[in-house]
Structure formats: structure tokens, C-alpha cells
Design a protein around this ligand. Structure first.
Ligand code: ATP
Length: 563
């Protein structure tokens, strides 16, 4: 398939904001793709990716490098490319016009194929170590040199992870249902969603859809790759929890750490993944050795919460203090002794070749108890009681709070594991905290002592319906001056700078990527921010490297809290 066909599709998708229209366009293209003798993995390109969703790696090519590549391919100096970029705000468009000019005539038809583009982009992920940057650059430059204007625009946007055509993963699932099961679209969409949540891989879902619905039965969770975890709904009363989960139910402490999916493949390889599908194995060699020693099984997937504690007092620490361990890629040994962690295992999803997804929680827990060998301050099973008494449950809740836990989780004993879903198989109950996870979409340069840093952050929630990010305020307090105390302004600045997409005066706009927990005094209606609401006295309580934009508060959550 010619790469230009894919770019025409991107263009069409970018020109409409209507979801249903997008789905129709995608569905027509999928039928074409199925007939072409291409690779099923090319479907990743429809969302500007070349890897399955369970693999969250990024190209790691900076904007500065892209400017150099465009300059090399177009024969125009880096200064001019930068100037154009400052004017237009999109390196894709800059590449488009420069490459079109270079061709002199617009009718230049390139010979680039989807196969060539996919292969080169995929190779970028194999490049590591010395000289890898140059190799990455040549892989992109080779494509760009052969591209016409439109092809250049989308190539650059893909590499910068900023396709801007508004295709959500949910639209792609709907398009698969429409393309291959037009007469039973609704029920097949539910099935497609179910298997997608298991595999997190559009190529597998696409392949099965082409073969026919029976093929979906062969899609399973497998160790070795990241997966979407099951999430709870929120309740404020024990009676509500029992109503949702049934009686009796299991009740556990809600630990304030971060979710880790522990995965061991048949070859013995242990991997650790966060809730946002990031591989954090290298950051936690201490956890890996505990897993090796204390979890039985040739292969498995165990769901857990990893919690930090003070090495001297052995007291548990809140999430923010161990968030450093997720980010840090160097000097890990030092951090391990300063910020040790304990695994709280609470579920098993796969063991020794068998998926436990469709097994009841009561059975899963029984099996988990057989797998885990507890060891003090290293690994334990989540503390659990089973009860049908509201009084006992409330006592358990109060006790959890007294010893400093965040709250409790109530779990239905008969329910299966639903990856990626906030279904009522588990519920959480904790005191009202007036805090939201939000994404940073902009920032302001500091002045005086804080000059050189980005010190105020514009934060957004998400409109669930449209997928748009809507601002709810500007927050400038909560981060620290010293690294030992938590995330610093300097660190945040370093994370935000590569994400800047435009700059106006002291305000920069950034790609929505960095998630923070923000507490506030109250929320009011306000015309200042695009959500129509503003947080008063907001303060950042934690940087959440384990969360992504799927996890942030939605507009309805904000509305509910407004007074
Ligand atoms: P909030 O937005 O209310 O702060 P949260 O940050 O805790 O919520 P949620 O997704 O609402 O996130 O809560 C579920 C999380 O609780 C899980 O993802 C997991 O990390 C954590 N957790 C702690 N203890 C348990 C447990 N015993 N069983 C399941 N999850 C647990």
C-alpha cells in the first residue's frame, strides 16, 4: 500500500470533528487494509503508532533533532526551520511546506510505501547505546527525503507523537465492528472491547475480526506484556458497597502506593508494569528479587500495590515520596536503600499457562494465597476480611484510617476480573479528600528567585464525550524546592520543556502528558477557564508518573464538586 493513501486518510480524518464520520472513514479504510496484502500491525498507524498499546515506549526524538532532520532533507537552514516553527507552531506543517517547495512542483509523487515507513519507524526502537541517535536520525531522514509535502507533514507528526487527527482508541474499536460485523455491530463492539482489554493490541483484534468472530475466543491475557488493570468505582457508604458487591464481600485495606502488575513469562523473565502500561522493571530490581524468591509459579500475572516505607522507622510513606523511584533511571541502588518498598499482592490474573480472568475473586484469592510466601517488609497479601456485616465493615474501615491507610476496597467474591474497566466488581471507600488527578496543559515562567523554571501550571480535566481537555485552573503551589522532599519545580520544568508546543509571553502550552494530583478548597463556576469552572486555592499534592490522561478527572466529576 502506498504511504500517500494513508496520508490522504489522515487528512480526511483531521478535517472532520464528527465522531461518527470518523468511524465511517476508518471503517472503509480497514476494509481496504484487510484486502491489501499488508501487515495487520499497520493498523497501529491509524493512531500514529507503530507499537501495540501495551508497549508504551516512545520514539525519543526531540523537537531539536526533528528541526535538524527537516533542515537536512529540505536543504533549508535550521535557523529558518526554527523561525517557521515559531510562526506556525507545528513542525509537521513546516515540513510539509518546505518539502513541497523543494520538489518545486506539487505533482511529485513519492514512491514511499506504508511498509517502508512502518519498518523504518519500527527500527527506531531497536536503536540503543552509542551512536543510536545518529541511526535514528538517518531512519527518519531517509523517509523525509523521499516524501512529498503531505507525507512529510504526517511523518513528522507521527515521530513527534502528535498526529492531531483525533482518532481515539474507542473510535477504532467501533470502526472494526462496523467494518467486519455490520449486521451485529452493537454486540460485536462489546466483544471487541472485551478482547481488546485482554490483549491491548489492535493488530490481534484486527486479525481476529478478519477471520471471523470465533477467532476472538483465542485472544487471552499473556504474561510478559503490560495490561490494563481492573479499577474500582467509588462509594461513600458501606451499605452502597454491599449493594454493588453483594453479601458477603471481601474487604481490604486500600494502600497508598502505586499499582504494579507483576508478570513472569515461561522463560523466567520477570517484568513490572504500571497502570499506564509503562515497564518499570529496571527501576525496581529489589522488587524483582522478592518476586523471584517469594512468588511461586513457572509463569504468572499478579496484581499488586507497591508501597514505600521509611527504612529506619518502618512506617509507610505516602505515594508522593516514592514517586521518585518510578522516574529515576540512574543511581537506583542508593534509592533502594533510601526508599525501600513492600509489595501488597491482591489478585492473580494468570498462572502456569492458565488465565484466571474468568475465575471468581474468591477462587483467585485462594490461589494467590498458595502462590505468595510472605516476608516482613518485602511482600504480603493484602490484609482482608470476609464479612456480610455492615458493622464489622465499618469497624474495619475506621481501623484502616486509624493506622494511616487511605481507606478500604470492597470486592465482590463471585466476580470475574475485568481488565481495563471501572465496573462494580470492586469498589473503594475513603474519606472525601477534595482532590483530583489533572493533566498539565500549560505553564508560566517564574520570576525572581524562580526565574528559569516553569512555576505555575495550567491544569485540565477531560470531557468524556469529546475527549477534549478543559482547563480548571492554574496551580503554583505544592512542588518542592529540594529533591529529597518530593517533586521539585526544577524537575517539573525539565519534564515540561520537551512537551512545549507554543509560547506566548510568559505562558507556554504543553502536550497533555504530565498528570498531577491537585487538592483545592472549593470549585466555582468561572468564565476564565475553558471548563467553565475554577478551583480555588489549588495545590499539587503529588506528581503521578504512574497515571496518564485516561485516568484524569472528567468534567462531570468537577461539576459535581462545584458550589
Ligand atoms: P483517587 O482518585 O480516589 O485518589 P486512587 O488514586 O486511589 O483514587 P483509584 O483508581 O480510584 O485510584 O483506586 C484504585 C487504586 O487503589 C488501584 O489502582 C490500586 O493502585 C490501589 N489499591 C490500594 N490497595 C488496593 C487493594 N487492596 N486492592 C486493589 N487496589 C488497591
Amino acid at each position: 500500500m502506498k504511504y500517500s493513501e494513508l496520508c490522504e486518510l489522515y487528512d480526511k480524518l483531521g478535517k472532520t470533528s464528527k465522531r461518527l464520520e470518523k468511524i465511517d472513514i476508518l471503517s472503509d479504510f480497514l476494509k481496504k487494509l484487510a484486502k491489501s496484502k499488508g501487515d495487520n500491525e499497520w493498523i497501529y498507524l491509524l493512531r500514529g503508532r507503530v507499537l501495540p498499546d501495551y508497549d508504551s515506549r516512545e520514539f525519543g526524538i526531540s523537537r531539536q533533532l526533528i528541526i535538524k532532520i527537516i533542515s537536512k532533507a529540505s536543504g533549508v537552514s535550521s535557523e529558518i526551520v526554527t523561525k517557521d516553527f515559531n510562526k506556525v507552531g507545528d513542525l509537521g506543517e513546516v515540513a510539509e511546506s518546505l518539502m513541497a517547495k523543494r520538489r518545486q512542483h506539487t505533482l511529485y509523487s513519492s514512491s514511499l510505501t506504508v511498509e517502508k515507513v512502518f519498518t523504518n519507524l519500527r527500527k527506531i526502537f531497536e536503536m540503543e547505546g552509542k551512536g543510536s541517535v545518529d541511526k535514528k536520525v538517518s531512519l527518519v531522514a531517509e523517509l523525509l527525503i523521499n516524501a512529498n509535502g503531505l507525507e512529510a507533514k504526517y511523518l513528522i507528526r507521527i515521530v513527534l507523537n502528535d498526529l492531531r487527527i483525533g482518532v481515539a482508541d474507542s473510535s477504532l474499536r467501533e470502526a472494526i465492528a462496523e467494518a467486519f460485523f455490520p449486521s451485529e455491530r452493537k454486540e460485536m463492539l462489546a466483544r471487541i472491547e472485551e478482547v481488546y482489554d485482554l490483549a491491548n493490541d489492535f493488530a490481534l483484534v484486527f486479525e481476529a475480526a478478519i477471520k471471523g468472530k470465533k477467532a476472538f475466543d483465542n485472544i487471552e491475557v499473556l504474561p510478559g506484556k503490560a495490561m490494563n488493570v481492573m479499577l474500582p468505582v467509588k462509594v461513600t457508604e458501606i451499605s452502597e458497597a454491599f449493594r454493588i458487591c453483594g453479601k458477603p464481600a471481601a474487604i481490604e485495606h486500600k494502600y497508598d502506593g502505586f499499582r504494579v502488575v507483576i508478570s513472569k513469562s515461561k522463560d523466567g523473565n520477570i517484568k513490572l508494569f504500571t497502570r499506564r502500561l509503562e515497564d518499570v522493571t529496571n527501576q525496581f530490581p529489589d522488587v524483582v528479587s522478592v518476586v523471584e524468591k517469594n512468588i511461586k509459579g513457572e509463569s504468572f500475572i499478579v496484581d499488586s500495590e507497591v508501597v514505600g516505607f521509611d527504612p529506619k522507622t518502618k512506617k509507610y510513606k505516602p505515594f508522593e515520596s516514592i514517586s521518585q523511584r518510578i522516574k529515576r533511571k540512574y543511581h537506583i541502588e542508593k534509592l533502594i536503600s533510601e526508599l525501600p518498598v513492600e509489595i501488597n499482592a491482591f489478585d492473580v490474573i494468570y498462572c502456569n499457562g492458565k488465565s484466571y480472568v474468568n475465575v471468581s475473586f474468591a477462587e483467585r484469592r485462594k490461589h494467590l494465597e498458595k502462590m505468595i510466601k510472605e516476608e516482613k517488609m518485602k511482600i504480603r497479601l493484602s490484609y482482608q476480611i470476609i464479612t456480610d456485616s455492615e458493622k464489622k465493615a465499618l469497624e474495619f474501615y475506621n481501623n484502616a484510617l486509624k493506622i494511616g491507610e487511605e481507606g478500604i476496597m470492597i470486592k465482590s467474591l463471585d466476580s470475574v476480573y475485568k481488565p481495563g474497566r471501572r465496573v462494580g466488581h470492586i469498589v473503594k471507600m475513603k474519606p472525601e479528600s477534595r482532590d483530583f488527578d489533572l493533566v498539565i496543559v500549560g505553564a508560566m515562567h517564574g520570576t525572581g528567585k524562580r526565574a528559569g523554571w516553569l512555576t505555575s501550571y495550567i491544569v485540565s480535566c477531560k470531557d468524556k464525550k469529546t475527549g477534549k481537555f478543559l482547563e480548571v485552573g492554574m496551580v503554583s503551589s505544592g512542588l518542592k524546592e529540594k529533591e529529597s522532599e518530593g517533586t521539585t519545580y526544577e524537575e517539573m520544568t525539565k519534564m515540561l520543556k520537551p512537551l512545549i508546543v507554543s509560547e506566548k509571553g510568559r505562558i507556554v502550552r504543553v502536550k497533555p502528558k504530565i498528570v498531577v494530583s491537585v487538592t483545592y478548597q472549593n470549585i466555582q463556576k468561572s468564565p476564565t477557564y475553558s471548563s467553565g469552572y475554577a478551583m480555588r486555592f489549588p495545590r499539587i499534592t503529588a506528581y503521578r508518573p504512574d497515571r496518564n490522561t485516561n485516568d484524569i478527572a472528567n468534567l462531570n466529576d468537577i461539576k459535581k464538586e462545584a458550589n
